[in-house]
Design a protein around this ligand. Structure first.
Ligand code: SF4
Ligand code: SF4
Length: 97
């Protein structure tokens, strides 16, 4: 395979897509995780919010957890997370859009 065969989506090698999560809409990431489940690149990670880290956390507390696009550099902009999110909380922008 020649080197050019790997360059059908050159932005992958330059800059990863921008992923915006509207946290006003995503209120229960620990219970939902739809984006995390469908993402073929394992971009998403559910993290504890800094102010409650190291404390006993009630998983039903809406502000206790946040979904984060921690591994954004792996994103291929397939839009599966955008389509799967029941709250329409995710936007993915490819470089140049
Ligand atoms: S666009 Fe695709 S690869 Fe990127 S975060 Fe969403 S599901 Fe994952
Ligand atoms: S799919 Fe949407 S609502 Fe569910 S955890 Fe991801 S961003 Fe939040």
């Amino acid at each position: 395979m020649g080197a050019n065969a790997l360059r059908t989506e050159p932005w992958i090698y330059l800059k990863p897509p921008k992923i915006e999560i509207d946290y006003r809409k995503c209120s229960g990431p620990l219970q939902c995780r739809c984006c995390q489940t469908v993402c073929p690149q394992a971009v998403f990670f559910v993290d504890t919010v800094t102010v409650v880290r190291s404390q006993k956390i009630d998983p039903n507390e809406s502000d206790a957890y946040k979904i984060k696009a921690r591994f954004r550099d792996r994103c291929t902009a397939c839009d599966k997370c955008v389509q799967a999110c029941p709250e329409a909380a995710i936007k993915v922008y490819t470089p140049g859009t």
